[in-house]
Design a binder for this molecule. Sequence first.
Ligand code: 6GU
Length: 239
Amino acid sequence: MLIETLSTFPNMYDSVMGTSIMKRAQDKGALQFRAYDLRDWTHDRHRTTDDDPYGGGHGLVMKCEPIFEAYEAITRDAALPKPTTVFLSPCGRSFDDALATELSQSERLLFVCGHYEGIDERAYALADVTVSLGDYVLTSGELASMVVIDAVVRKIPGVLGAELGAVEESFAGGLLEYPQYTRPASFRGSCVPDVLLSGNHAAIARWRREQSLARTAQLRPDLLRCADLDEADRRFLRN
Ligand code: 6GU
């Protein structure tokens, strides 16, 4: 997969994309990443990317010309597929596992990140999808895009090796994850549940499933409506 970003602070991606699993995905060849500087498509001495809002009000609005020029330059190479273009905005579609899965199926993603009070509405003509992380406001679209990129890249086949498993199953199956423990078996008087030390794999699987169900019922009952439940699950939830 090719992931590109267009923003005014491309160096914000350095640490996240240069570390841990995001770095390993690139080293393995599963991911190519490029962060473009929107200022490279300005033409004035100050490399201006924003201006006062028409109609008045505070804050600055990102101009549409550099965004269009950048988009045209980035997508000019006919040898590459046209990207799925993702804008980041609190006005977008709420990001979730289903949208992460959809985006992970694209060969090429281009994230357009605003700053300040927003982006000139006409630039959204370039968007295939506008994504919001939730009902709060961040100062930067870069940070929001990194959350989306992380959730998408971990779904690319081969990116997660041994780590793939329960966590992935968790949202795909629509339930919260069961509690996990590692050594020591007893820490400051708090013990790991006996079943996990029993070696009885069927009992462990049943306990984990019930923990997931109980946790989801308590913390996120809304998820149970869409969860993948069998008759044993329903019986457990009734009791
Ligand atoms: Cl995608 N961008 C910004 N700036 N703030 C947000 C957001 C996105 N999602 C939630 N808050």
